[in-house]
Design a protein around this ligand. Sequence first.
Ligand code: HPA
Length: 264
Amino acid sequence: MKIELAIIGGTGFYHPKIMNNIYEIKIKTEYGEVQLAVGTFNDVYIAFLARHGGRHQLPPHRVNYRANIAALKELGVKRVLASTAVGSLQKDLFPGSLVIIDQFIDFTKHREHSFYNGENAGGVVHTDFTDPYCPQLRKSLKNVMIKKGIVFADRGTYICTEGPRYETPAEIKAFALWGADVVGMTNVPEVTLAREAGLCYANLSLVTNFAAGISPHALTHQEVVEVMREKINLIREIFMETMFSMPQDRECHCFIKEDYTLGQ
Ligand code: HPA
């Protein structure tokens, strides 16, 4: 069975819920085994992957990003919508705001960032990231959110930290000077591996808190989870509507590297 659409659920998004006929599958990849759910919506199969595991047991720096993306590729996935919880560096992006991310800054330190190690792609591979997120998926997300009357930011720069600790106020000040709008711990290398694998990938971030030093209080995982809980059904609806309102054909350049076979 080929499954072309996938959702990666971040913090607070552990179950696809509004899909039907849901069952769990395990996929073995050369990077490790991945457990994900498969279900139908409008009679079309969709894969759902909980990034942190179904019980939020994997911290951001321990997520096996390569195995996750390789597993989706193995299933035949072509398009991915991913959610992330983020802290805000901008006073007007308050908790509860939704942001369609369009750029990232990578501040991670110890992650496996590539499928290509110089031996398996007929040489060294340097992937273009001028447009890091699929423009067609971003546009579809935007259209759905406008149609639903949702207030959102249609662009934003995500800085990805290594975690699992939150940032210091000094780091947040520096990141803001660099042009970051929101901060999270998981979008890199998920987005970069997706591009290497030729997948269309877009991210919808939910601001769950003001970042350290902007927030009037110390940060807790609890507040992140609580804000996410309030918006999770909305995010599920946005993702499903986006999946089914998109043109069938991919009009982007995300799949330019599709010729490479992962892991060979
Ligand atoms: N920093 C890093 N990751 C996060 C935050 C934050 O403030 N909020 C939610 N995820």
